[in-house]
Design a protein around this ligand. Structure first.
Ligand code: PLP
Length: 455
């Protein structure tokens, strides 16, 4: 029989997968390989440290039968700890920030953990901060183990013992550049320490979100004021014990926009369905690889699965709300469905046989200054308040005339799947465009709707 004793035996030994389409398009000569940590049983790189920190606590006699693990986590370490806890019979309490995706929160609950959520905006060291809260809960819980992934030596040690050797062996020692993010710092510190021991010339590159302190701290020794960013699980407001930046040669800052764009591209163009931090790292890996030739070999970490972010950056609606969606993905349909905060709205229009008085009243009631004229689901003309008023100044009797007598030509009509660039082109010449689905006019997009997207 071929089987594993528990899911814990599936942790690690993740494969390297070559990036093909994106590198080809960008004319990158150096091969880039993804280390597929999303294939761990808890779908992230942090499964490795979940089991190693619990092994340590059991060996030290800190964690005993029925004990409780309490940890501050952006979700993935919690999942790694909870997997091990489920197999070995421990309870778990995890403290998350409200930035953590609902998917990770529910996943942790499904694995049997209790969850406490703290505000992401709380400053380090204050009582509401998620790390302080986890420390307090651990203190108040008898038989608890508080791993503290930010300083626990079993965190980088797991990567020194497993991730580093796996990459070295799978690349047959040919790796020249290793690119990783820095959250606790465990992955980059442990893996790089091993790789540098094998070959001190291997260049270690850290990928850090704009807003995190690591790049400035590494480059100047000064800890800057952090600012918020959207990528989860990486970057910090303060240096951590486990982020040993002496093994890191260079840190590259990456924007949220680039991180999500690259994670989405990895999914769509390489079939690697990953989280935002993998996008941050891949964006940095591409910048590094652009300067290299085919004799180099770049490995980057795919930290976790895209499934944790289906309601976040893998959703077009969320990306649009955050003003991060690529223009070619912003469709007419998406604009119409999500405008005015997504409130359901009916298209306001008049029939060519309605009177001008009725039309003006409709516009004033709805606070609009232009309106399509529609007959049998087809657009036959348009009304603009200012032009109608000019005509009325000349001839007040027009008030009781049919709209057909005063209307202008129809607004341009586009299909629901037209993209932002096509819509903008039409809006250069017309104040609004109409959207058509199955030959029915279903919505209108005005210049101000598009300006709203670009605020
Ligand atoms: C999604 C994600 N990416 C990357 C990391 C960073 O890994 P490390 O803490 O080893 O620096 C984490 C850590 O929690 C994470 O959750």
């Amino acid at each position: 029989m071929k089987f594993y004793n528990s899911v814990l035996d599936l942790i690690g030994k993740t494969p390297l997968v070559r990036i093909n389409n994106i590198t080809k398009q960008q004319k990158i000569k150096a091969p880039i390989y993804a280390k597929m940590e999303n294939l761990n049983p808890g779908y992230s790189v942090k499964d490795r440290i979940g089991v190693s920190m619990i092994d340590w606590a059991e060996k030290e006699g800190i964690l005993k039968k029925g004990g409780t693990i309490v940890e501050a986590t952006s979700g993935n370490t919690g999942i790694g700890l909870a997997l091990t806890a489920a197999v070995r019979g421990y309870k778990c309490v995890f403290v998350l920030t409200d930035k953590v995706s609902v998917e990770k929160n529910r996943y942790l609950k499904a694995l049997g953990a209790d969850i406490v959520v703290c505000p992401a905006a709380a400053k380090p060291g204050t009582p509401d901060h998620y790390v302080q809260t986890a420390k307090r809960i651990a203190k108040e819980t008898p038989g608890s183990f508080y791993p503290d992934q930010y300083s626990h030596p079993a965190n980088p040690a797991a990567h020194y013992r497993t991730t580093g050797p796996e990459i070295w062996e799978d690349t047959e020692g040919k790796i020249t550049h290793f690119v990783s993010s820095i959250g606790t710092g465990g992955t980059i510190s442990g893996t790089s320490r091993y790789l540098k021991e094998m070959n001190p010339n291997i260049r270690i590159v850290g990928a850090d979100p704009y807003g995190s302190i690591f790049k400035t701290y590494k480059d100047s020794g000064h800890v800057p004021e952090p600012t918020p960013y959207l990528v989860e699980g990486i970057g910090q407001a303060l240096p951590t014990v486990n982020a040993d930046l002496t093994v890191v040669d260079e840190i590259i800052n990456i924007t949220d926009r680039e991180s999500f764009e690259m994670a989405r591209q990895l999914s769509r163009r390489e079939g690697i369905f990953c989280g935002g931090s993998s996008g941050t790292i891949f964006a940095a890996a591409l910048k590094v690889a652009k300067e290299l030739d085919e004799n180099s070999l770049v490995v980057f970490i795919v930290c976790d699965t895209g499934e944790h972010y289906l309601t976040k950056f893998h959703s077009d609606e969320w990306m649009k709300e955050k003003l991060l969606l690529e223009p070619q993905r912003i469709t007419a349909n998406l604009i119409v469905e999500t405008k005015n905060g997504g409130a359901p709205s009916d298209l306001i229009f008049v029939a060519p046989t309605d009177t001008v008085a009725v039309a003006l009243e409709k516009m004033s009631e709805s606070g609009i200054t232009q309106m399509p004229v529609i007959e049998d689901n087809h657009s036959v003309g348009s009304l603009r308040e200012s032009r109608v008023l000019t005509k009325l100044l000349q001839n007040r009797d027009l008030m009781e005339s049919p709209v057909a007598d005063v209307m202008d030509e129809s607004f341009p009509v586009l299909e629901v799947d037209s993209n932002l660039n096509e819509i903008k082109k039409k809006l250069q010449k017309s104040p609004a465009v109409l959207i058509e689905d199955f030959k029915r006019i279903t919505g209108i997009i005005t210049r101000s709707d598009v300006l709203e997207l670009q605020k």
